[in-house]
Design a protein around this ligand. Structure first.
Ligand code: HMG
Length: 388
């Protein structure tokens, strides 16, 4: 039985900051941001879009009534949770009107949470082949104004429908993971912005990639030549390339060029959105599938997930015969094109407001035409989410 990704949907908020403008404002050469880091724009979530509403919006894009009836597992991978106890996935279940006869939970391990969810879902479907699982990665990445991490902020969500006989990507059962406590990035309780040791985090990302890729090679005997493309967790689009360069000497020049060409396609969405933490690997996968005309059914795609702290995992899957019919690239072209550029004063004012999101009795509205759901405020200490 094949198990894997049957559908994939994405949401990112309607506002962005132009990073050339930000670079000039911060007195940095714009080429550092656009070439050195590899980012052009970063998505900024308004107060009315948090990890929960973005997750529901990403899932709403792909789910039919038939899918909803079959879902008996809902996992939200997030590090931008809105509650220290309750799983954000419960709000998502209610918003999307998903069955109550379901296991619904949240997983946290930095950017790795959605991958943990995907692997859990894979085993769940192995035991329950007629069921479907919804796995969502949703986050808002915040490092602070005028910090070196600022250019790598972003916001958004990616939803995966996992099933038997998947229409997009059948995942191999084999997978390679590696975990070790490292102080590269963390966010203390009650702090809205992350702490990071940037250069060290880059090194750990690469170290964990080399560990997991080599282990997967030993386990499966797949060499780099067996992959049409490798997809990466993309905190910024240069990062995956730095990791890939470490293993490119394993293949000849023609294959190296081929892998780097595919890599460009997987960075197209991330370049305009930024780091969405748990969803970033799957945003890269969606970008590759939507934009790469060369990919064909039967080709193998590698996936590298990295969550600071840190856990890395490398796994792979094979593109299915009808994968192109499941995609909707024009929708995302439209969504990205219709976003509004934020003036830098507004961005800075909103950023400061986001640091105090819990104040009572704010009634929030949301006019994003691509968002069906939004966070409407806090009433009697309870978070209120609404559908439009
Ligand atoms: P920085 O110190 O501002 O930048 O930090 P830099 O001085 O290292 O420059 C960056 C690159 O731009 C360099 O290229 C420069 O040469 C180049 P590289 O040597 O790396 O190839 N550059 C230029 N290029 C063209 N024209 C110029 C120019 N000037 C410089 N004029 C850093 C950059 C990414 C460290 C910072 O933004 C940061 O701390 N970001 C947040 C941390 C991060 O994203 N880490 C990634 C790995 S950890 C991870 O992925 C997990 C994470 O997603 C969290 C989670 O798991 O939840 C972050």
């Amino acid at each position: 039985m094949k198990i894997g990704i049957d559908k994939i949907g994405m949401y990112t908020p309607k506002q962005y900051v132009d990073l050339v403008e930000l670079a000039k404002h911060r007195r940095v050469d714009p080429a550092k941001f656009t070439i050195g880091i590899g980012q052009d724009k970063m998505a900024v979530a308004p107060l009315s879009q948090d990890a929960i509403s973005m997750a529901a919006n990403a899932a709403a894009k792909i789910l039919t009534a038939e899918d909803k009836t079959a879902i008996d597992l809902v996992i939200l991978g997030t590090e931008s949770g809105v509650d220290n106890s309750k799983a954000g996935a419960l709000y998502v279940q209610k918003l999307l009107d998903l069955p109550n006869r379901a296991r619904v939970l949240e997983i946290k391990e930095a950017c790795y949470g959605a991958t943990a969810g995907l692997q859990y879902a894979k085993l769940h479907i192995l035991q329950n082949p007629t069921a479907k699982a919804l796995v969502i990665g949703a986050d808002i990445a915040r490092y602070g104004l005028d910090t070196s991490g600022e250019v790598t902020q972003g916001a958004g969500a990616v939803a995966l429908l996992v099933s038997a006989e998947p229409k997009i990507l059948a995942l191999d059962l084999a997978t390679s993971y590696f975990s070790e406590e490292v102080p590269d990035f963390w966010r203390p309780l009650n702090q809205m912005i992350a702490e990071v040791d940037g250069k060290y985090s880059n090194e750990q990302y690469i170290r964990f990639f080399k560990e997991t890729f080599a282990d997967y090679q030993t386990k499966t005997k797949y060499g780099l030549n067996d992959y049409a493309a490798l997809t990466f967790h993309l905190p910024y689009t240069k990062m995956g390339l730095k990791a890939m360069r470490e293993i490119l000497p394993q293949v000849d020049e023609a294959k190296q060029n081929e892998l780097q060409q595919h890599y460009q396609q997987e960075t197209l969405y991330g370049r305009q959105i930024g780091n969405i933490y748990t969803g970033s690997l799957y945003l890269a996968l969606l970008s590759l599938l939507d934009n790469d005309a060369i990919l064909q059914p039967g080709m193998r795609i590698g996936l590298y997930s990295y969550g600071s702290g840190a856990v890395g995992e490398f796994f792979s899957g094979v593109l299915q015969p009808e994968f192109k019919a499941q995609l909707d690239p024009m929708y995302y072209l439209d969504l990205l094109a219709k976003r509004q550029k934020l003036a830098l004063d507004d961005y800075e004012a909103q950023f400061t407001a986001q640091l105090d999101p819990e104040s009572e009795n704010q009634a929030l509205t949301d006019d994003d035409p691509f968002a069906k759901y939004y966070f409407a405020g806090i009433v009697d200490k309870k978070r209120v989410y609404k559908a439009k």
